[in-house]
Design a binder for this molecule. Sequence first.
Ligand code: AGP
Length: 623
Amino acid sequence: MCGIVGYVGSRQAPALLMEGLKRLEYRGYDSAGVAVISGGKIVRRRTAGKLANLEALIKKDPLNGSVALGHTRWATHGKPSEENAHPHSDCSGSLVVIHNGIIENYLDIKHALTKSGHVFQSETDTEVVAHLIEEKLKSLGDRKSGPTPDLNDPLLFFEATRLALNEVRGAYALAVLWSRAPDVIIAAKTASPLIIGLGEGENFLASDVPGFLSHTRKAVFMEDGEMAVLKADRCTYFNLKGQKIEKAVTQIQWDRTMAEKAGYRHFMLKEIYEQPTSCENTMRGRFYPLMDVMEREAGVSAAVLKGVRHIYMVACGTAYHCCLVGKYWIEKMAAVPVHVEIASEFRYRETMVGPEDLVITISQSGETADTLAAVRLAKGEGAKVLSVCNTVGSAITRVADYNLYTHCGPEFGVASTKAFIGQLTAMAVFTLHFAMARGTMLEAEGRAFIEDLIKVPGHIREALKLEPEIKQIARQFYKKEHFLFIGRYVNFAIALEAALKLKEISYIHAEGYAAGELKHGPIALIDENMPVVAIATRSKVLEKMISSFEEVKARGARLIVLSTKGDGLLQGADFNLQLPPVPELFSPIVNIIPLQMLAYHIADLRGCDVDQPRNLAKSVTVE
Ligand code: AGP
């Protein structure tokens, strides 16, 4: 997720911006830049890499001014580079934009503006906003009817920005400077966070409270569809219709460390709560036109997808569990055999991969050594490789033929949560377009698939409301030394993932099993000291799941059951966590939510270092 800061006041802005950007470094980034209004002009400094590079650039070539914007970029469209670093400028160089989010219709806007003569300097979606505002300023200035507007009038600047944003679709927290309105910053928010900091004779904006917390604790949290006009002595707020609105001021009580976690105790819990947004951002703009999304988003054409013989899915850990879910989806919707492999095994096996096969690798970091080796092996066998990754420009993405990015922003908790949701969402998007390309899914079925998938973030929000009940359950079980998780069909992989979550942050021995396997051995483990978590949400195999957990109940296990609201409380369960009704295919995306939370609260009660568990690294870059 990008970091945004802005300042308007009487102090020198560059130092304040750098301080604010440093406070937002935890959001992760790969390039940075600032823009200052100085002597009636906009002056920019931008670099790839870390803030130290930007600081050195400013030191070598200082900036002066007290109206300014700063940005740290987490790449989504276009590699990390100076050209792609924000702020982005219009053709005239008199207007710049910084942005956090995804402009879904940026290609259409870019094509239209290019036709009318605009010249683009970057690969980013953001840059189109600068040129679109420039176009609006021009058309407002050329307006034949009504009084000729004063081109230095901030209201013209506001109106041009507002008109431009009414043509933009997607997620944005953005701020704009115009050299002809030198004492004004205009900001707007839809779907990405934007907060105004109210000072004395100065005002701030940032993606997150830490960006200005050392200067003021008075904050205005912007909502979707709102705009702000910041001047040194006042801020005024509008909706996208241009109507003035009133905004409440919040007194921030957090200290800086808490502010970085948005008030949550740990990054992991913050990231668990970010999962609806991770799901929304990963699917955003990736449904229509049905037959060319994969080419536009990942570079793989429908023709290539149509010709695939087999799919091999290769990953490690949580990403591997996503592959297991993807197998069920792809085989059901596209009728193509899918072979799921643990990367550290795949790389040493005599694989059957060939040039007609597509290898899909999944990785949050894009740096996992075993997965990277698997990618290289597959390429050596002549296969095409599609990487599903959260980190633009990472090693795996540089070797893969195609890249479908999950737009989750950086994940700090070592235990992967929101990245897993992003991976599942990306696999659902891939399954849709793969099945459409193969002709195994009719358009009407594709639209129905999309309608169901669009509802998943809402289902995740519903599942998050179970936290109080989950805390109660965690108090009953946090001293246990063993756990068994069981699931069937698409939720077998969720049993594995839930067990991994628990073991890696609480150090409790936990196993995930296909419920049908119990009687082939594991049931010997069952007694009153072996709590069992059964995933028994609405499914074609629900009856089988019920008989499975009755087997363990009969042998004295205490039973925690995930079930679906409306299916009644499943008899025999000691604890029933009721989830909203979700189409079975997508139930893994929702069912993992309470199980992540259960692992989190058990680990927290055990006093474990939830964000940085012992012996673990966030990215395993060695074998
Ligand atoms: C999951 O909670 C773990 N952090 C770990 O299994 C992780 O998923 C695995 O190391 C793969 O990492 P990657 O997604 O960055 O490739």
